[in-house]
Design a protein around this ligand. Structure first.
Ligand SMILES: Nc1nc2c([nH]c(=O)n2[C@H]2C[C@H](O)[C@@H](COP(=O)(O)OP(=O)(O)OP(=O)(O)O)O2)c(=O)[nH]1
Length: 147
């Protein structure tokens, strides 16, 4: 069996100690994924350290530097399965500096800071939905039994 390709990405929040706002990025390419929202990031290059790859990808895609926090571990040896081809490792992160602000330089056409209770309000890529649900501090309450 071929090894899955490793994607690394960042769940960029306003404050690692008290995350209330999450940055989502809307893909502009490829056409099949355009309009869906994701965690900014990308594929680890051959021989590259995954943490270095996150910093490189975020620099390329958003033009900012990050301070990484805890890894958001998934069910597959700590990774999240994206598809038959890809698995993803994800870290919480905050901006290393307020200036410059992140910008959609490549691969995205819009960035949005999702506020409290809004983290699931955009159409995330299918594989990202369970991840956002796992980190969402405002999980939907089970509907009350009918009377
Ligand atoms: N970056 C990122 N990719 C995701 C997420 N969720 C998800 O299913 N994917 C998929 C989309 C792509 O098929 C694949 C990652 O590819 P990518 O296009 O972001 O990687 P890259 O920046 O290195 O792209 P490229 O230079 O090779 O074109 O993983 C996510 O939250 N972030």
């Amino acid at each position: 069996m071929t090894e899955p390709v490793l994607v690394v990405a960042a769940a960029i929040v306003d404050d690692l100690d008290d995350p209330r706002v999450l940055l989502a990025a809307r893909r502009s390419v490829p056409a099949s994924l355009a309009g869906r929202w994701e965690f900014p990031g990308g594929k680890v290059e051959a021989g590259e350290d995954p943490i270095e790859a996150v910093h490189r990808e975020i620099g390329e895609e958003l033009g900012v530097s990050l301070r990484l926090g805890a890894e958001v571990t998934g069910p597959e040896n700590g990774s999240w399965r994206l598809s038959s081809t890809y698995v993803m490792r994800l870290w919480f992160a905050e901006l290393a500096s307020p200036d410059p602000e992140p910008a959609p330089l490549v691969a995205h056409d819009e960035l949005r800071w999702l506020g409290p209770g809004q983290w699931l309000s955009v159409p995330w890529l299918d594989a990202d939905v369970p991840i956002v649900e796992a980190i969402n501090p405002w999980p939907a309450r089970a509907s009350a039994p009918g009377r």
